[in-house]
Ligand binder design. Structure first.
Ligand code: ADP
Ligand code: MG
Length: 674
């Protein structure tokens, strides 16, 4: 178990409020926060420390602290741990304009935690020679308790899901595989653009939403021969929380209030979770992670399997003293929370690296010896395509499941409706269909229960059972179908049915008629009128039933139509999914084919190069021989020219001598002449 690391950072004061008192956070006014190493105390300038113990944290940074120092002290160690396979989270908590975003994002001159962490991840990965890595990133926002993907405009209101393999995850969230810090920065920029899209008041939004930047790092030992070896999967969350100020201070109304309500719900739940976790073991009880999206997503970082650092940012001004006190209290409670981080190694196919490994190996073999920038890009694109296809497949599976659920609900509804309709239809079933007397009995109206074969029980028995018949004798001979049709105003409903309809309540007077009053004592006209009235009311009820029945049938038809259109959509979606998968497969095949072709070209070029090298060597040999010959020739020339010059010397001296002799001869010849 290790405690969450908690740091507090005071931003520089507003220039108007600035007051450089030694050791103070510089808020100006009568009271100010005094920083003494890792302690923070509220002091009255005139009267000294305000009552109450000082707050003590792991690190306290004053206004002079740079992002570089904050990062180096609080976050740098987390990066090494993440690359080693531990989960890690760093989040900034504090009221609006206390410096959360400045701490997380920073400025060009002094980059914040996110850009520094991204660079460090890639530097550490590069320095880890014995493992190979797959890094992917996602960027999301929780706004009004809805999760939005910041890397794509389509990813709105994403659901949180959980399964054994992946744990808690945001379904449908875009994840991009990356292999350089620059790629991540481009994606972060895209996220910011998406976040601003259609937003009129960005400041209001940013102070009301939580942003979570996430890096998932998978790694396996290099040259791993055994595919059963574990893959390490770790997650780094860098979170810029919404402003922690209270509602009444922001004075929000209407939509804003709703937004603030959601934010406060998330932050409230974060506070609750931290409170619960800071309690000692037995008192703890249930930790309400599920009560907000934020705590659900950050669950491993809070009392779970992660190394966590919290940077609580505070404003030094006197007007913010109460908010700052709230922030410091939150930070103090967070200091009591312990996590239990361990390296995450998995053997299942849940690791993307594992799933992609074979393909990567093949590609790597193809690329061996080549340092082509273009080919590396092809590999990255392929990896991203593969991952996107997987995410797309997951999304489609999720939609399919939801549609299936909807269809089941509709089918259930339909069955219910059908049952209802059948129930209504049954009201027109003749009594003969009920073989079981108790069944029949149950369906009878109360009066008929009491007098099984009473009033209008069976027309066929009117003539035999006159004492039970409500009809006067003088109607006996016309008490046929025509009369009842006439009394029912054209309705040809079976009389037996009228008695058995459960919903058709018979007047209490009928009961009395059948039991006590002598049927024949009532005047015929009155009886007829009463009967006619009964029939009219029965008729009305029947008509109402028919209308209800028709409406239900219409509803059923509508549901059927809807169901069949849903089924159509379902099969369309399936077809689209299949097409998409086929398309992706084709793209993959195409890319692999391109890779193969490139590889072939590469090997042809390599052969050409080898042939040329051999030729070159041969030519170099020949050149050497020629050079040798030339040297020999030069040597010969040197010898010849030396001999030549010797000869020339001899000739010159001979010439000189013969010239002298000639001169002598001439001279002696002249002397001998007379
Ligand atoms: P929050 O994200 O908490 O609402 P911001 O990070 O947007 O607050 O900070 C509000 C303002 O204060 C911004 O202009 C920011 O540049 C400035 N600021 C915050 N912290 C610092 C700091 N440590 N050094 C310099 N400026 C800061
Ligand atoms: Mg901010």
């Amino acid at each position: 178990m290790e405690k969450i690391s908690v740091a507090v950072r005071f931003r520089p004061p507003n220039p108007a409020a600035a007051d450089p008192s030694p050791g103070g956070a510089g808020g100006g006014g009568d009271r100010e926060w005094r920083i003494d190493d890792t302690r923070v105390t509220l002091v009255h300038r005139a009267a000294g420390p305000a009552p109450g113990a000082p707050f003590v944290f792991d690190h306290v940074f004053d206004r002079t602290a740079t992002n570089e120092r904050v990062y180096g002290t609080v976050v740098r160690d987390l990066i090494g741990a993440v690359v080693d396979g531990f989960n890690a989270t760093a989040f900034a908590y504090g009221q609006t304009s206390s410096g959360k975003t400045f701490t997380m994002n920073g400025s060009d001159a002094d980059p914040g935690i996110i850009p520094r962490a991204v660079r460090d991840v890639f530097d550490t990965v590069r320095q880890t020679d014995d493992r190979e890595f797959l890094v992917r990133v996602s960027y999301m926002e929780i706004y009004n308790e809805e999760i939005n993907d910041l890397l794509t405009l389509e990813g709105r209101r994403l659901p949180i899901k959980e399964n054994l393999e992946r744990g808690v995850y945001v379904a449908g969230l875009r994840e991009e595989i990356v292999n350089s810090a620059e790629q991540v920065f481009e994606l972060l920029q895209l996220g910011e653009v998406n976040r601003h899209f259609g937003e009129t008041n960005m400041n209001a939004r940013s102070s009301r939403s939580h942003t979570i930047f996430r890096m998932v790092i998978e790694s396996s030992a290099k040259n791993q021969i055994d595919s059963e070896d574990p893959i390490r999967v770790s997650v780094l969350n860098l979170v810029d929380l919404a402003g922690s100020e209270r509602n009444n201070k922001t004075g929000t109304e209407g939509v804003r209030l709703n937004e603030a309500g959601h934010i406060n719900k998330s932050l409230l739940m974060l506070g609750n979770v931290i409170n619960k976790l800071s309690e000692s073991g037995k008192q703890r009880g249930h930790i309400p992670y599920r009560d907000s999206k934020l705590t659900r997503i950050l669950q491993p970082a809070l009392g779970g399997n992660a190394k966590t650092s919290i940077i609580c940012t505070a404003a030094p001004e006197e007007m913010h003293i109460e908010e700052t006190r709230g922030t410091l209290k939150f930070a103090s409670r967070a200091k009591c929370v312990s996590n239990c981080a361990q390296v995450n190694e998995i053997l299942t196919d849940a690791a993307l690296l594992k799933r992609q490994k074979r393909e990567i190996e093949e590609l790597r073999k193809k690329l061996q010896g080549s340092h082509s920038e273009g080919l590396e890009q092809v590999v990255l694109k392929l990896r991203n395509d593969m991952h996107k296809s997987e995410l797309e497949r997951d999304r489609l599976a999720m939609e399919l499941e939801e549609e299936r659920k909807l269809r089941m609900t509709l089918e259930h509804h339909l069955t219910e409706q059908q049952k209802k309709i059948e129930g209504l239809d049954n009201t027109s079933i003749s009594a003969d269909q009920f073989t079981d007397s108790t069944q029949l009995h149950a369906l009878k109206t109360p009066d008929s229960k009491y007098i099984p074969d009473g009033f209008v029980a069976h027309r066929s028995r009117y003539s035999n059972d006159v004492e039970f018949s409500p009809l006067p004798e003088n109607l006996d001979n016309i008490a046929n179908d025509d009369l009842w049709t006439c009394l029912n105003k054209g309705c040809v409903t079976d009389l037996d049915m009228l008695e058995m309809t459960p919903g058709l309540k018979r007047e209490a007077s009928l009961l009395q008629d059948a039991t006590s009053a002598a049927p024949l004592e009532e005047p015929t006209d009155a009886r007829c009128q009463r009967l006619e009235k009964d029939c009219v009311s029965d008729q009305q009820q029947l008509e109402e039933s028919n209308v209800r029945c028709a409406a239900l049938e219409k509803e059923r038809d509508l549901l059927r139509d809807k169901n069949s259109s849903l089924q159509q959509e379902l099969s369309d979606s399936k077809r689209e999914a299949n097409l998409l998968i086929a398309e992706k497969q084709a793209q993959l095949d195409d890319s692999i084919a391109r890779c193969v072709a490139l590889e072939r070209e590469l090997s042809v070029s390599r052969q050409d190069a080898e042939r040329l090298a051999a030729e070159k060597q041969e030519l170099a040999g020949e050149l050497g021989v020629e050079r040798q010959k030339m040297e020999e020739l030069k040597q010969d020339i040197r010898v010849i020219s030396r001999a030549f010059s010797q000869r020339e010397g001899q000739l010159t001296s001979l010439y000189t001598k013969s010239k002298a002799i000639l001169e002598n001869c001439k001279a002696s010849h002249v002397a001998t002449l007379p």
